[in-house]
Ligand binder design. Sequence first.
Ligand code: NAI
Length: 326
Amino acid sequence: MDIAFFGTKPYDKLWFEPLSKEYSCHIHFIEAKMNSDTVVLAEGSNAVCIFVNDYVTAEVAQRLSSMGIKLILLRCAGFNNVDLSATKELGITVLRVPSYSPAAVAEFSMAAILAVNRQLHRAYNRTRDFNMSINGLMGRDMNCKTAGVIGTGKIGQCMIDIFNGFHMKVLAYDVYPNENLDAVYVPLDELFEKSDFISLHCPLTKDTYHIINGNSIARMRPGVIISNTSRGSLIDSNALLDGLKEGKIGGVALDVYEEEEGIFYEDVSGKIIQDDVLSRLSTFPNVLITSHMGFFTREAMQAIAIETLENAFAYENGMKLINIVQ
Ligand code: NAI
């Protein structure tokens, strides 16, 4: 199988290239992200492999189909970047990697919450400059506080375990509650009202779009710390800005951002950032922005590479497709 691998970064090549021989496939590594201008680079391949910020719109799907490409390999769990009604209509199979290391993302969310709460990012910068003052760096104990987990799938469950390890009271919300978890399911509004720390672990759907908005922020506890490692559009960024400016929100860890495409994963340090909301967010001392890297551990990268190529192998050999999105 010839795979056109869009949005290649050096770390992708590191994990995928050695495995490609094992799976008898040829991977054509392309740095450009997938979009209507770059899709032409897939010509001659049997499949495309894409990541979170590669977009398969209806137009891109049509172009893939006209090249005879009937397989999209997502090297990620989320699939909100693919127009599934278009791919379905065109008979394009979409396979994903539903689980590679839920612990990696949950551990990252906790690391970010801890950093924001205890202001480690500021402390690091101060001591590098031998400013050893701790004024303004006071945090809060997490022990005995209340944590809210929205979305209790694979990552949410790891998050619940981690919060419990910190001896916190854990509230949870999911459209499909799992009564075996060590958390108390409550209605979403109650979770907003009672949580000191909120971690988002649901997918982006039309129901979860802006699940954190002006109304939900108004219900939250003053000083609440929010972590989003799921998808940027779960949070209404303008409402978040207002909540931060008012001092209602105590801190935010954003590993994802609703307009991250074209900025995240790129070095744009020499450019003028045109996104005023992102620019303003980055000025707050209590906002920690990272570039969609919750998944980024050795274990997760290896699992992603293996599962993606297993998906390709299964498709090519007419085997059961366990990771099919449609
Ligand atoms: P999962 O599919 O195991 O769990 C998602 C949970 O969300 C399910 O229990 C589902 O019932 C629940 N859910 C669906 N709609 C909901 C709604 N309207 N309200 C509340 N809950 C709802 O997915 P997993 O593996 O736990 O991943 C969660 C999300 O994390 C992914 O969708 C993806 O967006 C994000 N992610 C981010 C990564 C990063 O590097 N920052 C890496 C991997 C995933």
